[in-house]
Each structure stands twice: as structure tokens, then as C-alpha cells.
Design a protein around this ligand. Sequence first.
Ligand code: DX5
Ligand code: ZN
Length: 220
Amino acid sequence: MTVRINPSILAADFANFERELGRISTADLVHVDIMDNHFVPNLTFGPPMVKRLQELSAIPLDIHLMIDDPDHWAPGYAELGAYSVTFHAEAARDAVALARTLRRLGARAGIALKPGTPVDDYLELLPEFDQVLVMTVEPGFGGQSFMQSTMPKLASLRRTVDAAGLDVWLQVDGGVTLETITVARDAGADTFVAGSSVFAGEPAEQIAALRAAAEGGHSH
Ligand code: DX5
Ligand code: ZN
């Protein structure tokens, strides 16, 4: 199985993104958390920062929008050339129309679900998306603990994706460590966001260790 390790620069040194991006160049994508202080009670950055990060990064950007009104704001990130743009199901007015717009603009289209949001309504819409992000913490902050209670959603998604032969990446975000990554992998995830666990140590070593754990045999 192909696994992807996407470090979240929410856990990086905000005063030195050029150096921090250099330390994660062996990862697959750079996960960029956009927070608007409305959809979540935290504030990060917006399009000008994304534009600059894209110029500096050796690997593509995986944009995670934790913002209200993604129908209005998300296309701008695709227009900047972001590789992947993921918006929250809870915030979107018309998720399918927005995903189609993102794809038309050349980005991969992703939809994210908060821990309490059921997946059922989205299973039949999976062909409209390139990625589903199952949040494994409440969005807003790094350094929280992985919520095992979200794993059944991942299993439903994996069953549906495989049964229909779809190419939809299943991403987890929040509390991903060397221990929890195998839990998420066993439930069906193939794309792993990790903030604290990458930047707490030497990032290249952490990325390699997370990749090896995710690629290893099933733990049960
Ligand atoms: C949380 C963000 C995550 C965050 C994960 O709202 O979406 O991407 O950076 O951080 P860790 O890996 O520390 O849980
Ligand atoms: Zn995120």
C-alpha cells in the first residue's frame, strides 16, 4: 500500500518557515492548516502565506481549510496552484459544487469531517472527491490526543472506496504518533498528517519512522 506522510507546519517554527520546510523535504506533502478564528477558535494564515510557502517548498501543499464559507474562499487556494484543497463538510453550503470547482481549477478536492460528523451522507458522493479527511481530534489545535472513536468512519470509507474501485485518499489528522498511526492504518487510512510528532524530534527521522510504521504489517 502507498502511504503518504504529510507533516503539519502548525507545529513548526512560525518565524522560520524556510528552514522548517527544508527539514521536511522527505515527506509527501506539506499540510497547511488555515484557521479563521470563526470555524475554529484559532487563527493561522491565509493566501499570501500559502503563496510564499509554495514558492519555498520542494514538495506540494495539502491545504486544510478550517474556515467558514469555504464556498467563497476555497477556490482562491486552488487558483494559487495548491496541489490539494480540503474544506470542512460542516461549513460548506454545496460540497459537491465546491469540489467540482476545485477540480476544474486543477486542485485535488478534499472534504473533512469533524469527529462528531457522520460519514453516511458522503459515502455516495465519494466519486466527487479526491480525498476524505477524517479528523481524529477536534479541529483547531495541535498536540491533542487521537480519538479512536472516529475509526469506524474510516472503516466505512475504506469499504466503500475499495468496493467501488475509487481512487480516493483517506486522510487522518490529529494526534498521529508512532503508536496511533498503525491504528488509523488498520482502519483504512493511507494518508497521515502529523504535527507534534514530526517537529518534536528530528523531522526527517520522525517522517521515516512514521512511514515505516504505516507501511509495516497489520498489528492485529
Ligand atoms: C488540528 C490541525 C492539525 C494539527 C495536528 O486542527 O488540523 O493538522 O496540526 O497536530 P498534531 O499532529 O499535533 O495533533
Ligand atoms: Zn490539519
